[in-house]
Ligand binder design. Structure first.
Ligand SMILES: [Fe+2]
Ligand SMILES: [Fe+2]
Length: 340
């Protein structure tokens, strides 16, 4: 397979007339097909940068959402309005679950998908549930949920979900004004994908298709804080794997599952890999130094040519990765292109 990965949205723009925002969106050009991984936060940046870079949206084959956070899904509605046609959207069903972040002052801020599912479907989104390690076209894999196995990748304690009953409004005072109402948690219905996309092709792992899917409950080990809020399991966090002649490319959204957990999960399914690039968000900018150090040490154990980690890698993660890996580490800011 030949192709390119183009950074359309990232936290950083280094040159040209591109715009930047806290978010991520990459165009994946794979032979004659084009997929968009995530949509950035606003849609404004995505559409502006795509125009500058000559993206032909008519060629878009499908959209992949790495998880439900607003900085990866906020551009979905504006993009659908621009496309004006039906398009498959690959994602784990938990993207529809409300996700929150606890601020320093204790208030809870909604950070999930800022749109209603029905509205997105009425605009053309055809959601295809990804609940297992799945090959959606030859050489293009989605990890599905990633088991949390390492001892040090403990997640981000600021990210929480509501696990209690009744009203959660008491914990949200003053935080939801001006926001599009979030879909309620509980259960969600997943529509089958369009014919041709939903069928299992020989030699490919099947995508789980169902008329209805119940959102996974929070693991019992996480449930039941006194307030009814618990750490967000972020089961929707998935990554993209592209197998090329020169090696495997791993693209993470925010890597909420942990980069090492993700790499181990990929190798558990595909065997030992030579990674030509490990890229995308890593969340290393938001974790304690001890976790950053453990992740950097463990990264050395994987066979990789380039580390192009960006977005929530932040300056803290970027400096440490450059210190450790030298020129093998490069940020992948707006306008950067990886050809293979
Ligand atoms: Fe993110
Ligand atoms: Fe995220």
């Amino acid at each position: 397979m030949r192709g390119r990965i183009v950074s359309l949205v990232d936290n950083v723009v280094e040159r040209g007339r591109g715009l930047a925002e806290h978010g991520l969106a990459y165009l994946l050009e794979l032979d004659a097909e084009q997929y968009l991984l995530d949509t950035g936060q606003s849609g404004t940046v995505l559409l502006h940068n795509a125009e500058l870079m000559g993206v032909d949206w008519n060629r878009l084959t499908g959209i992949i959402l790495s998880h439900g956070h607003y900085d990866h899904t906020g551009g979905l509605r504006p993009l659908l309005v621009r496309l004006r046609r039906r398009v498959p959207v690959y994602a784990h069903p938990d993207i529809f679950r409300p996700h929150f972040a606890r601020e320093k002052d204790g208030r809870l801020r909604p950070i999930g998908l800022p749109f209603n599912r029905r509205e997105l479907e009425s605009l053309g989104a055809r959601f295809i549930p990804v609940e297992t390690f799945s090959e959606i076209r030859p050489g293009l894999w989605l990890t599905g949920p990633v088991p949390r196995r390492t001892s040090f990748e403990v997640g981000d304690e600021r990210l929480v979900v509501w696990t209690g009953g009744g009203s959660r409004s008491a914990g949200l005072s003053g935080t939801t004004e001006g926001r599009t109402p979030l879909p309620e948690s509980g259960s969600t219905t997943v529509s089958p994908g369009p014919a041709g996309l939903s069928e299992t092709k020989e030699g490919r792992a099947p995508l789980l298709e169902s008329d209805s899917t119940t959102v996974s409950p929070v693991p019992s080990s996480l449930a039941g804080t006194a307030e009814g809020w618990a750490p967000d399991p972020l089961a929707d966090d998935l990554s993209v794997v592209i197998q090329t002649g020169a090696g495997t490319i791993l693209i993470q959204g925010c890597a909420h599952a942990g980069t090492i957990n993700i790499l181990q999960h990929v190798e558990a399914h595909l065997g030992r890999q030579h990674f030509s690039a490990i890229m995308g968000g890593s969340h290393l900018g938001a974790v304690p130094v001890s976790q950053l150090e453990a992740a950097v040490t463990a990264l050395r154990g994987f066979d990789s040519d380039q580390l192009l980690l960006s977005h929530c890698t932040g300056l803290k993660g970027a400096f440490r990765l450059r210190e450790e890996f030298g020129q093998r580490y490069q940020p992948f800011s707006v306008g950067e292109v990886l050809e293979f």
